[in-house]
Design a protein around this ligand. Structure first.
Ligand SMILES: [Cu+2]
Length: 136
């Protein structure tokens, strides 16, 4: 069986959040947070980020057959993510949170005549805290 070579690629999506210079300003260390998607859950389902701290969310779909998705939309913070993660694959998403707050993310996928993945519980909370609350 020929393995699809695209499965070996890691797609990196840079989310523009009002500034295109942050990668230069933060050259070097970028935190990577791995989030597992499987069985209609995100693990962890609660993700904490800090204002002005760029991170990479590594979204890993561990299901063998079910494609999943990560949707997070909040215009007030410039957060606008909508990525599909094929079964058995992973996608990296770069985020630069600018404003403290709490956001709900979810999987928008749905099969015909069934509940959506979100209705099955596939959602979580991304909390952005001020930088001066670091260290917890
Ligand atoms: Cu899903």
């Amino acid at each position: 069986m020929v393995r699809n070579s695209r499965l070996l690629l890691t797609l990196v999506i840079f989310i523009s959040s009002g500034s295109i210079n942050w990668l230069h300003a933060e050259a070097g260390y970028i935190k990577v947070i791995e989030v597992t998607l499987g069985d209609y859950r995100y693990m962890p389902a609660n993700i904490q980020l800090m204002v002005d701290q760029p991170v990479v969310l590594r979204l890993v779909n561990v299901d063998s057959f079910t494609p999943h998705n990560f949707t997070l939309k909040d215009a007030s913070d410039g957060l606008d993510v909508n990525v599909d993660i094929p079964a058995g694959d992973s996608v990296d998403v770069s985020l630069m949170p600018l404003v403290a707050g709490s956001h709900t993310f979810y999987c928008k996928n749905k099969f015909l005549f069934t509940d959506s993945h979100r209705e099955r519980g596939m959602q979580g909370t991304l909390t952005v805290i001020p930088a001066n609350q670091a260290g917890q």
